[in-house]
Design a protein around this ligand. Sequence first.
Ligand code: Z5A
Length: 213
Amino acid sequence: MSRIARRGALIVLEGCDRSGKTTQCRKLVDALNTDGIPAQLWRFPERDTAIGQVVSDYLERKCELDDHAVHLLFSANRWELVPKMLETLKNGTTLVIDRYAFSGVAFSAAKESLDFEWCKKSDVGLPRPDLILYLNLGVEAAAQRSEYGGERYEQKPFQKRVAENYAALMDDDWKVIDAAKGINELHDELKSIVKNFVLKGDVHGEPVGKLWT
Ligand code: Z5A
């Protein structure tokens, strides 16, 4: 069997703040590994790189940046990890990614200064996810889960515009999941979708696609 025949799947979880992405990504990766499907958890922004550190400082309001510049930095933070991403997939490991280019567009285009189509351009050609799971939770319900903190973007009117942008990005390939369920019920549903998808093996013989091309 060739190496491409065993590549891992690229799975992305998206959704507004507090929709439970991080909780579910962790549980999914644990469950996949327990069941003998090699998997890693990645997240964007990846704050541990030099670019990611600048993004993190911006989110924590430690510095100010032009809206265009910070959008491109979020995008660059993904591009800098593409070689490692492709190598990991090629080696047969499934990646479960907490936020991706869809967050990039949904959040940046929620700012009045940035155009939706312009925001997509810097991520055109990134590895295309094989499966996109959107955790759908209303802004009011999300705000009740825990107080919004001091990070930039953690305000309800902004989050409502983010949700509208996600809706504009969605296509038939997205799986929209009701995220108002309890943590374990949601996990069971996501685990079933992801395991069926990975075991079906559709992606295993396919090269990784290119996003928005
Ligand atoms: N951003 C951007 O602008 N451009 C980009 O290109 C990218 C991102 C990639 C930082 O993201 C910010 O960067 C983010 C988007 C922007 N801005 N905002 N706002 P981050 O990933 O570092 O952090 P986060 O996205 O803000 O995390 P989050 O969205 O707030 O949380 P979550 O991952 O969706 O949820 P969680 O951490 O799993 O759970 C949140 C709380 O709810 C926690 O107390 C849980 O115990 C609880 N929880 C979780 N699930 C449940 C259920 N099912 N029921 C009840 N309670 C639950």
